[in-house]
Design a protein around this ligand. Structure first.
Ligand code: SAH
Ligand code: SF4
Ligand code: F3S
Length: 478
């Protein structure tokens, strides 16, 4: 079937930044959509970062606003939506693998509708591949027009069309898209969208567009609503939360201001991610230090410990300034846990550069890290960097050596709580054992405890009895 292409992605346009000011719009679900999904089911795949998890909560809100019910059974579903991630090749391979398997399901159930959205939808090459090789994908939409989902589904259902609607420029900030949240204890709260950093390896500035901050009023209102619903924890989301508000042209209000205002609200726990070292300033540290409800766990991606590589990555800070920032955080927030992200085998990374990364990991006392082998992303500057010295073998060798060191950090970070009493927000039952409750400490350490379900959703005192590399075991103290 020939697809109806309303808009398709164009990486050259995605790369552009205009000085257009943000427009804010309020979403209203038209009555004509509200019964479209009566007696029908949807199945939702979510890959990628917390930003995508948060988008999936909007997708759920829209689907349920149209009367579709969620199912976790592929045989029962009428619609499948795949919310995808493009950050590394293996993230995309997973999606193509799953789409391959879904071809069989579609043969069995010809009326099944499959939609794909998220960051992969923003890539020209992916959309081309989907249109030619994956006839089982019925509609594609992008990260800027999640709110188009109802009208796209209507077209596919009623006109039996194949539709592509992917915008290459950031649209308005759309408020009030309904949400069905995954948890009734912890909530994601996006404070900004997009990214203007253009780290040379990264696809996000293309797939998510220009950096746009939500207005303070809308964020505070959302958090107040969450508090009234009994939520215990919020995590503020953005690709560089420290740059929040820098795009406001008619008023001044930045991340330190936002943190300060939110910390006055009666929400027990505030977290935020991800931080960019370059924009983490002293005022932000001061606010964190002086607040009681901003948690002492900071995720601070460094990417590399070599100034040469940091420069090639366009990270805009140095090893020295990163160390200084960590020292300031340790001094201001004595109990803080710092975690990071690191890429190994970036083009031109020599053994010496890599050893500088190892040294930095030791120096900064990280209590955890997400570690990755560099993955080429088409259209990014680093995709054109060629370094034949780095073989797959070298890349894996560096990754494993780094992981050994990082794991020592995880263990050290957990060990320091042995025999201490810590506050744990109990979230539910442990995945591996249905009789054990699990939750996280203020420092974001996973804790397992024996206990009654009455504790779920509560913050309790726990005495830590055993520290393992990945988790702590403890006992609730009533
Ligand atoms: N905005 C966040 C990161 C979002 S992506 C920040 O700047 O810290 C999450 C992590 O994926 C990055 O921190 C980086 O370590 C990794 N990553 C991004 N692009 C990558 C690529 N092309 N190859 C390997 N890892 C990558
Ligand atoms: Fe990617 Fe860099 Fe933006 Fe993070 S800050 S999303 S790594 S471009
Ligand atoms: Fe992936 Fe897009 Fe997030 S590429 S990491 S889902 S911003």
């Amino acid at each position: 079937m020939k697809p109806v292409v309303l808009n398709s992605p164009d990486q050259n346009k995605e790369r552009k930044r205009t000085d257009k000011t943000n427009n804010f719009e309020e979403f209203i679900l038209d009555d004509s959509f509200k019964v479209l999904g009566s007696n029908k089911y949807y199945y939702l795949y979510t890959y990628g970062c917390q930003g995508n998890e948060s988008d999936s909560e909007k997708i759920r809100g829209l689907m349920e606003g149209m009367s579709f019910s969620i199912t976790y059974d592929l045989d029962k579903t009428d619609i499948i939506i795949m919310n995808t991630c493009a950050i590394r090749k293996n993230a995309e391979d997973k999606v193509f693998g799953e789409l391959g398997r879904l071809k069989q399901l579609k043969r069995k159930k010809p009326d099944l509708i499959v939609g794909l959205c998220g960051c992969m939808a923003q890539e020209e090459s992916v959309v081309r591949r989907l249109l030619t090789k994956y006839q089982n994908v019925d509609f594609i939409f992008g990260t800027h027009n999640i709110h188009s989902l109802p009208s796209l589904i209507k077209r596919v259902m009623e006109n039996k069309e194949r539709v592509v609607d992917v915008l290459s420029y950031e649209g308005d900030i759309v408020e009030k898209i309904p949400m069905v949240r995954e948890s009734n204890i912890k909530a994601w709260v996006p404070i900004m969208y997009g990214c203007d950093e253009f780290c040379t390896y990264c696809i996000v500035p293309y797939t998510r567009g220009k950096e746009r901050s939500r207005l303070k009023e809308n964020i505070i209102k959302e958090v107040e609503d969450l508090i009234s619903q009994g939520y215990q924890e919020i995590t503020l989301l953005g690709q560089n939360v420290n740059a929040y508000g820098k795009d406001f042209v008619d008023h001044k209000y930045d991340f330190a201001d936002l943190l300060s205002d939110l910390s006055e609200l009666p929400i027990p726990r505030i977290r935020f991610t991800t931080n960019n070292p370059k924009d983490f300033d002293d005022r932000q540290i001061e606010v964190i230090k002086n607040s009681k409800n901003i948690m002492p766990a900071i995720h601070l991606p460094v990417q590399s410990g070599s100034n040469k590589i940091l420069k090639k990555m366009n990270r805009k800070y140095t090893k020295e300034s990163f160390i200084e920032l960590c020292d300031k955080l340790y001094k201001a927030i004595p109990d803080v846990s710092i975690t990071t992200d690191i890429i190994v085998a970036f083009p031109y990374e020599t053994e010496e550069d890599f050893c500088e990364t190892l040294e930095l990991v030791k120096r900064c006392n990280f209590e955890g890290a997400y570690t990755f082998i560099f993955s080429k992303r088409e259209g990014t500057p680093a995709a054109n960097y060629v370094d034949e010295n780095i073989t797959e073998e070298i890349a894996y060798d560096r990754l494993y050596r780094l992981n050994d060191l990082v794991n020592e950090g995880y263990a050290r970070g957990n060990n320091r709580f042995l025999n201490k009493i810590v506050k744990v927000l109990i979230e539910g039952y442990s995945k591996s054992n249905e009789n054990i409750l699990m939750g996280y400490t203020e420092n974001n350490k996973l804790v397992n405890v024996l206990g009654d379900k009455k504790y779920i959703g509560k913050i309790v005192d726990v005495k830590i009895k055993d520290a393992k590399t990945w988790s702590l075991d403890g006992e609730i103290i009533d």
